[in-house]
Design a protein around this ligand. Structure first.
Ligand code: ATP
Length: 360
């Protein structure tokens, strides 16, 4: 039996807006689940239903086999960190961290030990006597995380907890949160719109769009086996290149290049898709500059190059179609020159032009 069980959960707000549709998910104890998707896709709404801050319009949510739809936030044994972390402004960092334990009547000595330990993990030891207003945004966010982890809750919810940090702090906090997760073994649901955060932190990712789950899977799975055009384009930076076109004589036009789809589709599929739209996709790093066997050869023109150190992003014009490929920094091509590149068949993805689902 799964630890958290979402059964056909729907959320319809009082104004009639249907924010979450038929959300189904089973989460095992100790998993680190990330909900990811663009703004407004229903991530926070779903998280708030888990927390008990938002009622569930339809469906059932179970924790450890018990239906909790009707339970208030306090009864669910959940700790939360939100984007807008409300610290108590008149209390020191120490008291902010200690607050929930003090309320529970925990022994002063035990509180002291726990506060000091959490402060050490989060690098807050020098600031324990300060008031929140005398901290940077990043330090305040650490206090908010600390306040949640100190309770050793079984379930830990985080809604964009790193949004106020700069890029470097974010990377550090990512690994700190993972370390804490390893130590506490708490089941975690983490909400972000940042696919890199999702890829680097999650044991499984739930990709959402407009209130619907698009795909659930490990970071590896989502990257290499995307279920549809949306997931393929959302995960990965720069995103996957897409070429949309009508299938004609078993080929797809990519600029003036003709992509022979018989390398990817069966005879029956080719027949089925003749005259219909198909989306051809390949990742920037899935292209090669040197000739390889079993690959599409494509003629292009180099518009722009971006040297990033570990690789170069090459912006290409393929007779009016744009693409980006990543190449080795030592192979940086000249701008405004012609260039052939190769996409091994195994690196090419095909999607149905209408449903946008991957064609297997
Ligand atoms: P973000 O990344 O911007 O926080 P999100 O994916 O977390 O986005 P939600 O906050 O869950 O999105 O909102 C989902 C949809 O529900 C949005 O279109 C939002 O406008 C709508 N919504 C949120 N709260 C309410 C409400 N109280 N009443 C009506 N609609 C709401």
């Amino acid at each position: 039996m799964a630890y958290l069980s979402f059964k056909n959960i729907n959320k319809i707000y009082p104004n009639g807006f249907h924010a979450v549709h038929n959300f189904n998910l089973e989460v095992e104890k100790g998993e680190f689940i990330v909900f990811v998707g663009p703004s407004g896709c229903g991530k926070s709404t779903t998280l708030r239903m888990v927390a008990g801050l938002e009622n569930i319009s339809d469906g059932e949510f179970d924790i450890d086999g018990t239906r909790v739809n009707e339970m208030g936030p306090k009864e669910r044994g959940i700790a939360m960190v939100f984007q807008s972390y409300a610290l108590y402004p008149q209390m020191s960092v120490y008291d902010n961290l200690a607050f929930s334990l003090t309320l529970e009547g925990v022994d002063e000595d035990v509180i002291k030990e726990k506060v000091e330990r959490v402060a050490a993990i989060l690098g807050l030891t020098p600031y324990l006597d300060r008031l929140p207003r005398a901290l940077s945004g990043g330090q305040r966010q650490r206090v908010a995380v600390g306040r949640a982890i100190i309770r050793k809750a079984k379930i830990f919810l985080m809604d964009e907890p790193l949004s106020n940090l700069d890029a470097k702090q974010r990377v550090t906090m990512r690994s700190e949160i993972l370390q804490i997760h390893k130590e506490t073994e708490s089941t975690t649901i983490y909400v972000t719109h940042d696919q890199i955060e999702a890829m680097t932190m999650a044991s499984r990712i739930v990709v959402m769009k407009e209130g619907y789950i698009q795909q659930v899977g490990s970071p590896y799975d989502l990257y290499f086996n995307p279920a549809n055009v949306f997931v393929a384009g959302f995960i990965g930076e720069p995103p996957m290149n897409f070429v949309r076109g009508k299938v004609s004589g078993g080929t797809l036009a990519y600029g003036t290049n003709k992509l022979d789809l018989s390398f990817k589709l069966t005879k029956e599929q080719l027949k089925e898709y003749e005259g219909r739209d198909i989306v051809f996709g390949f990742r920037p790093e899935g292209a090669e500059l040197t000739k390889v066997d079993d690959a599409y050869k494509i003629k292009a023109n180099v518009e722009l190059t971006e040297m990033l150190g570990d690789n170069v992003n090459v912006y290409l014009d393929v007779n009016g179609e744009k693409s980006i490929i990543k190449v080795n920094p030592h192979d940086e091509p000249e701008m405004d020159t012609d260039l052939d590149f190769y996409i091994p068949y195994k690196n090419a993805y095909l999607f149905d032009g209408k449903t946008e689902l991957v064609i297997k």
